[in-house]
Design a protein around this ligand. Sequence first.
Ligand SMILES: [Zn+2]
Length: 101
Amino acid sequence: MTKRGPAPSQPCGTKSAYARHIRNGEPACEPCRQAIRDYHRQRRAQTARIRVTTTPDVVDTAANYAAASGLPLDDVYTAALAAGIASLNKRLRNTRKPDSV
Ligand SMILES: [Zn+2]
């Protein structure tokens, strides 16, 4: 193998290799498809956990605001959910203990 060009790419079965298949306009191989499935499954699990912790006050606030403002509940709920996650993340940052690594 001659050494030339950019740094060696990630092997198949990684998220980077999956992205490379897509960039090259070719179908991703099975190991790469599995890698991207695993990645998205993890992301979904993380998002779901945040949503569950936020839901009670977000739902109340969104319903109250929609009733008071006359805006569609779906729009208010989406915005409230985003705001709820943002404030939850802020709370997490503020409560993180330095010794809990
Ligand atoms: Zn591949």
